[in-house]
Design a binder for this molecule. Structure first.
Ligand SMILES: C[S@@+](CC[C@H](N)C(=O)[O-])C[C@H]1O[C@@H](n2cnc3c(N)ncnc32)[C@H](O)[C@@H]1O
Length: 299
């Protein structure tokens, strides 16, 4: 760390300094930093660079060096820094940047993520000592490998979550590779739990779908039944139509015949009455003749 920047930190305080000047930040030692990244990529060539987090990324010094020297593919790097968003975007426009701080990470705000590698350059010594243990514990849950780059050999991680596995010093730049002790075990458990959760969700989804299908089947059955009954009723109606028509016709014929019979009966009765009248007249006439004859006899 240069004397100049140290003076700035003591003048403003770290947070105030980066709040004020973060958007214009540039590392004055970028050349030697880039060269140590070149060495690092050849020394640690087995590392997985498919999802790298450049933590406290400044204006993208590490991101740019990795993009220059990592040969392995896939290569994906994103930045994270609460103060240098603009400076990073200016130089690394195609990389994602988020504004989480060391304190946010220590509080577990990105717990559940999985990075293949986290690199923190010229920054972790700035983290508040009371926050550092939690930060390291949380980092151990989201990445298997952590590389700390420091301008001073004084800064070394001594934490039960991390094991130092490699390192070198080049032009006063200290590069140390650590491996998380808990990561694999924790993720085995998390993956298992996630798998179980997924299985349960799938099972629930399947049973929900089954239930929906059964309901749909029942509904369509009821609809079909209703439709069937209506159709049956309609068919029955259609069947009964000619019978009804026939019955109506028969009724008309019967009515007509009845009318006919009635007419005939009336005619017959009329004729009977008139013949009876005639007979009566005849009788009365013959009776009066007899009476006349008797009268004349007596005379
Ligand atoms: C010396 S610069 C290093 C930047 C870059 N990594 C590099 O190697 O040049 C320190 C960085 O730490 C960041 N920083 C300061 N306080 C921080 C905090 N509490 N949480 C996260 N980052 C912080 C600053 O914004 C700054 O980008």
């Amino acid at each position: 760390m240069s004397k100049g920047i140290r003076n700035q930190y003591s003048k403003y305080g770290v947070t105030n300094y980066y709040t004020q000047f973060g958007s214009n930040y540039r590392n004055p030692h970028e050349r030697r930093l880039t060269l140590s990244i070149k060495k690092m990529t050849s020394l640690f060539s087995d590392l997985d660079y498919s999802n790298v987090l450049d933590l406290a990324c400044g204006s993208g010094e590490i991101t740019l060096a990795l993009q220059k020297y990592v040969q392995k593919r896939p290569l994906k790097i994103s930045g994270m820094d609460p103060f240098t968003n603009e400076a990073y975007k200016m130089r690394c426009s195609s990389n994602k940047i988020e504004t989480f701080s060391f304190e946010d990470l220590a509080n577990g705000q990105i717990f559940g993520r999985k990075y293949s590698l986290i690199i923190c350059s010229y920054a972790m010594h700035l983290c508040n000592k009371s926050v550092l243990p939690n930060l390291l514990a949380q980092l151990a849950l989201i990445t298997l490998h952590l590389i700390i780059i420091s301008p001073t050999k004084k800064f070394q991680i001594q934490n039960y979550n991390w094991q130092k596995i490699n390192g070198f010093v080049q032009e006063k730049v200290h590069v140390t590779l650590y491996k998380s002790i808990n990561f694999e075990m924790v993720w085995e458990k998390l993956d298992y739990e996630n798998e179980k959760e997924n299985e349960n969700e799938n099972e629930k989804e399947n049973s929900d779908q089954k239930e929906i299908k059964t309901k749909e089947k029942q509904e369509s059955k009821t609809l079909k039944n209703e439709k069937g009954t209506k159709e049956k009723e309609k068919l029955l109606e259609e069947d009964q139509k000619p019978i009804k028509q026939e019955t109506n016709k028969k009724k008309v014929v019967i009515e007509k015949e009845k009318e006919k019979e009635k007419g005939k009966y009336i005619q017959k009765t009329k004729r009977k009455i008139s013949s009876q009248k005639k007979d009566k007249k005849k009788k009365t006439k013959s009776n009066s003749n007899v009476k006349k004859k008797q009268k004349s006899k007596f005379k």
